[in-house]
Write a new protein. Structure first.
Length: 501
């Protein structure tokens, strides 16, 4: 038995269960509340203007604090940050489920986002430092990638079931059970390798600039989705985001202990993984938005049936991540999995552009969703593994936070950008065909046709973004598979002592 074998944690596969459970909780919470919103609004009586804040408050806190959460997990230790994040997330969920006012619900959602920003990078960095050998790492990241990608769709299903058969409050209360199980698993099964903490003092100026800059990005694009790109607030916030993030980059290049060491993102393979993930999530979140409305408004599905309709994507993602990505990642270079994976997902979107007001689900939506899930699962697994591969243990938390940051920013951009494109296309279609309307029924049909036309245009744009993600992955990522040697696989801090065979 080698020294490496002796150092492997015998509980690592049990630990994976609880790490993935925590990640599932964080990811599905981004969508599980969506379907419950109309019921929460009727119960608490908040306005349409305040409705978006139930979603935005979570996204702002989560996206804005991710880098800070990643660095805190490097300082405290990932296991401790993981447990604190779980307990805080459960408490915030209980507060939100018991909300008696709009302000209480929005505040609880923001608190959820804050603890999620600590929990998510701690979970991924625990996975990174626990699974270090090629084949095992591939299997672990395959499962984790499938859950990360499919969690949003699972959230739609779970949200529909809980809302229809219990009530909207259970979309928040359910997190308590997830969190308690994960905390028990963390206490009994998760062990963090020694010597991986970063004792450097926290970069306060960097934390303030990063948090405010990322929050401005998320809010700016979320505001654009509801108020338009020409709105003065949208423009001002996005300009502020550029200024703040530029200042953050300057500060990180000059301080001794940066919040985000530039070596983490400037290495071309990790940088390529972050960028391609962000682009892919733009397309994926846009698709969630369009299909949620298509299934419930155009096809008149109930919340539960609409949620279940997303299952082919979850199945495809599980197959792509665990049966294709995990099996091939130790034999094939990452870009040779990511590039075709993104292209297969794009092909799924091409099928979805054929939607009409009376399309059979089995002929269009089912194959489109399955292919999108299959492609995303195949691409996400090596992308997530590569995004934390070769990084020194002391930077594992912040490198993991960058994965979540890429996805969060991509989701905000995708929802806002593609929604704007679809809405404009719908308005243009209705205007062009208004003269043909002679009866109220024809007017209602035109509205539905215009909506579906807008979705199709938005899906074509989402397809283009996925093709761009494929190009980025192929052009920037040049590392070989984990079984081979490539200079870029060697961490900066160990390159000077590495031996070339």
């Amino acid at each position: 038995m080698t020294n490496t074998d002796q150092e492997l944690d015998p509980r690592r596969w049990k630990a994976l269960i609880f790490i993935c459970l925590a990640q599932l909780m964080v990811v599905l919470d981004g969508t599980v509340v969506n379907i419950a919103l109309p019921h929460a609004q009727a119960d608490l009586g908040f306005s349409d203007a305040n409705r978006q804040w139930v979603i935005t408050a979570y996204a702002l806190a989560f996206g804005g604090l991710l880098l800070l959460g990643g660095r805190i997990s490097d300082m405290w230790g990932r296991r401790r940050a993981f447990i604190v994040g779980l307990i805080g997330f459960a408490a915030a969920s209980a507060l939100g489920g018991a909300a008696v006012s709009t302000e209480m619900l929005i505040g609880a959602r923001a608190l959820q986002g804050a603890f999620g920003a600590l929990l998510a990078p701690a979970a991924l960095s625990l996975l990174t430092v626990t699974f270090t050998q090629g084949k095992e790492r591939a299997k672990a990241f395959g499962i984790y990638g499938a859950i990360s990608g499919g969690g949003a769709a699972i959230g739609l299903i779970l949200g529909g079931v809980l809302t229809e058969y219990l009530n909207w409050r259970w979309t928040l209360f359910i997190n308590i059970f997830f969190a308690l199980a994960a905390v028990a698993g963390a206490v009994w099964e998760i062990r963090e390798p020694a010597g991986g903490r970063n004792p450097a003092h926290l970069d306060i100026p960097g934390a303030l600039l990063a948090s405010s800059g990322l929050a401005a990005v998320v809010y700016g694009f979320s505001h654009a989705a509801t108020d338009g790109w020409g709105d003065s607030v949208t423009i001002a916030v996005l300009i502020a985001a550029v200024v703040l993030l530029t200042a953050f980059a300057v500060v990180q290049s000059r301080v001794a202990a940066p919040l985000l060491p530039l070596r983490v993102v400037l290495e071309r393979n990790r940088g390529g993984a972050y960028l391609s993930l962000a682009l892919a999530v733009i397309g994926m979140f846009g698709t969630f938005l369009f299909l949620t409305f298509y299934l419930q408004v155009v096809l008149a599905y109930s919340p539960v049936v609409a949620g279940v309709a997303f299952l082919p994507m979850v199945v495809g993602m599980m197959i792509g991540s665990t049966q294709i990505g995990a099996r091939l990642t130790t034999r094939v270079a990452p870009r040779l999995l990511m590039t075709p994976g993104f292209l297969v997902a794009a092909a799924g979107l091409v099928i979805l552009t054929r939607m009409t007001v009376d399309s059979p689900y089995a002929a269009v939506v089912l194959p489109g969703l399955f292919l999108m899930g299959l492609g995303m699962g195949t691409a996400f697994m090596p992308a997530m593994s590569l995004a934390t591969h070769g990084v020194s243990p002391r930077d594992a938390g912040v490198a993991s936070a960058m994965v979540n940051t890429s996805q969060q920013v991509g989701g905000a951009i995708g929802t806002a950008l593609l929604n704007t494109i679809a809405t404009s296309a719908t308005a243009a279609y209705i205007t062009a065909h208004a003269a043909d309307v002679t009866t109220p029924a024809a007017g209602e049909l035109l509205k539905l046709e215009g909506m579906v036309h807008g979705f199709s245009i938005g899906l074509w744009w989402a397809c283009g973004v996925l093709v761009l993600a494929a190009v980025v992955a192929f052009a920037l990522i040049n590392t070989g598979h984990p079984g081979g040697a490539h200079p870029d696989d060697i961490d900066d801090d160990t390159a000077t002592t590495a031996i070339t065979h």
